[in-house]
Design a protein around this ligand. Structure first.
Ligand code: AMP
Ligand code: MG
Length: 400
C-alpha cells in the first residue's frame, strides 16, 4: 500500500477528529429515564425550567437581617424553615431565624451564621458587622429560567445528572451508542479459558478492548480471533465492517504475517495514517472502508490499550454524538527524574500518589501488561524534551 507519512501524536489526533466529525451521521435518538442516562450522550439541549435558586436562599443556619443593622441588637420576628414560604418582612433592627435552604425573607439582604451571634431574652446580638449578601444565594445566581442547563452532545456524568434532576428532566433524549467491532488477529492467540502451549498467549486484547469500549459508552461486538492469513482476515473484516467502528488488534507492523492493511485494501480502504510518532503504539493505523472507520491497533497489550484511549475513543465519542471529545490530561509533580530518547511522545505507565506526586513504573516495553495494570495514569513525555527533573511538572493522561 502507499504509506502515509508518519504523524505526530497531535497531528494524528487532529486527523481523527476532522475525518470522523466530517462524516459522522447523527445517531438515532431514544428517550431514557434520567436514572438510566449516566454515561449516555444527551441528544437535545436541556434548559432550566425556572430560576435556580428560584428565590434568594440561605446558605447557612442563622438569622436573616439587614446588613445595615449590624453590628447591633435586633428583634427576632420568628423563624423560617426550608420547605415553607416565608411570611415575614424584615425591617431595620429586625431579624428572622432561618435554616439552610430556606427562602430569605423580604427586606433582608444577608444571613449571619448561628455560630456568630447570641440570643438573650428574644434579642439577637450580632457583635460583628455582616457584609451585604453574606450567606445568601441570589435568585437565579446559579441558572436563569430558560438558560442552558446541559448542552446537547454532552456525555452525562453523575454531576450533570444532578443538574438535570434539579431542572426536572425526568426523561432525557440520548443518542444510540455506537456498535464497535473488536477483531483480534494472531496465530498465537488462544481464548482465556484454554490452556496455552508455551508458544501461545491468551487473547487479552479482546477483553481489554471490550471493557474500554463499554467504559467509553460504546457497545462492543467481539469477533473470534482471526488467524494471520489474508483470506481469513478479509472474511472476518466482512463481518466487522457492518458495525459503526472497527478495532483490529495486531497485524499492523512490518512483519511478513502482518496482513491487516492488505486485507483492508480489498475493501477499497483509505488510510489516513499508518504510523504515529508515539510509544507505545507506533504502527497504529486509521482509515475508512466504505462508510466505516477502522483502527488497526498494534497487538502489544499496552499499545492496544493506549491507542484506544488516545485515538479510537475520540472516534467512538464522535460517532456517539459527543460534540467535543476531550483527553483527560493533567499535570503532576515528578517524584523522581525521568529521561527518554527524544523523537516520540511517550505514554508510560505511572502512579499518581499522595499529593499529585508522579512515580513512573518500571516496565518491560509495550507487552508488559503487569506494568499497565499497576498504573493509575500515564506519564506523557514530550518528544522534544529528553529529560525532566524531580519536582518538575509533567503531563499525565488520566486514563487507565
Ligand atoms: P502484532 O501487533 O500482531 O505484531 O503483535 C505484537 C505483540 O502483541 C505480539 O507479541 C503478540 O503476541 C501480542 N498480541 C497480539 N494480539 C494480542 C492479543 N489479542 N492479546 C494479547 N497479546 C496480543
Ligand atoms: Mg500478530
Amino acid at each position: 500500500m502507499a504509506h502515509v507519512a508518519a504523524l505526530t501524536f497531535e497531528q494524528a489526533r487532529a486527523v481523527i477528529l476532522e475525518r470522523v466529525a466530517g462524516r459522522a451521521a447523527r445517531p438515532a435518538v431514544e428517550a431514557v429515564p434520567l436514572d438510566a442516562a449516566c454515561g449516555r450522550v444527551l441528544a437535545e439541549t436541556v434548559a432550566a425550567d425556572r430560576d435556580y435558586p428560584p428565590e434568594p436562599r440561605s446558605m447557612r443556619d442563622g438569622f436573616a437581617l439587614q446588613s445595615s443593622s449590624t453590628p447591633g441588637e435586633l428583634r427576632v420576628l420568628g423563624e423560617v424553615r426550608a420547605g415553607e414560604p416565608c411570611r415575614f418582612t424584615v425591617g431595620a433592627g429586625e431579624a428572622v431565624e432561618i435554616m439552610t435552604g430556606a427562602s430569605v425573607p423580604e427586606g433582608a439582604d444577608a444571613v449571619v451564621m448561628i455560630e456568630h451571634v447570641s440570643v438573650q431574652d428574644g434579642r439577637l446580638r450580632v457583635p460583628q458587622p455582616v457584609e451585604p449578601g453574606a450567606n445568601v444565594s441570589p435568585q437565579g445566581s446559579s441558572l436563569r429560567a430558560g438558560a442552558v442547563a446541559v448542552e446537547s452532545g454532552t456525555r452525562l456524568s453523575p454531576a450533570s445528572i444532578a443538574l438535570l434532576a434539579a431542572v426536572g428532566a425526568a426523561q432525557v433524549p440520548v443518542f444510540a451508542p455506537p456498535r464497535v467491532a473488536v477483531l483480534p488477529t494472531g496465530d498465537e492467540l488462544v481464548e482465556i479459558g484454554e490452556r496455552p502451549e508455551p508458544w501461545q498467549i491468551r487473547n487479552s486484547n479482546s477483553h481489554a478492548l471490550a471493557a474500554q469500549v463499554r467504559r467509553a459508552g460504546g457497545v462492543p461486538v467481539v469477533l473470534p480471533p482471526v488467524r494471520d492469513r489474508l483470506e481469513a482476515t478479509v472474511a472476518a473484516l466482512q463481518e466487522a465492517l457492518k458495525q459503526d467502528l472497527v478495532l483490529l488488534s495486531g497485524g499492523v507492523s512490518a512483519g511478513k504475517y502482518d496482513l491487516v492493511e492488505q486485507a483492508l485494501e480489498r475493501f477499497g480502504a483509505s488510510f489516513y495514517f499508518d504510523r504515529v510518532l508515539i510509544q507505545p503504539g507506533q504502527p497504529c493505523v486509521f482509515g475508512r472502508a466504505g462508510e466505516t472507520f477502522f483502527f488497526g491497533l498494534p497487538g502489544n497489550p499496552a499499545s492496544t490499550f493506549v491507542c484506544f484511549e488516545i485515538f479510537a475513543r475520540a472516534a467512538l465519542d464522535l460517532l456517539g454524538g459527543v460534540a467535543q471529545p476531550q483527553l483527560p490530561f493533567a499535570y503532576a509533580v515528578l517524584a523522581e527524574p525521568f529521561r527518554h530518547r527524544p523523537g516520540l511522545t511517550r505514554f508510560l505507565p505511572a502512579r499518581l500518589e499522595d499529593g499529585a506526586r508522579l512515580h513512573p513504573i518500571a516496565w518491560g516495553g509495550s507487552g508488559d501488561v503487569r506494568a499497565l495494570a499497576g498504573a493509575n495514569c500515564f506519564l506523557v513525555a514530550d518528544p522534544d524534551r529528553p529529560q525532566y527533573e524531580a519536582g518538575e511538572l509533567i503531563r499525565v493522561l488520566m486514563a487507565v
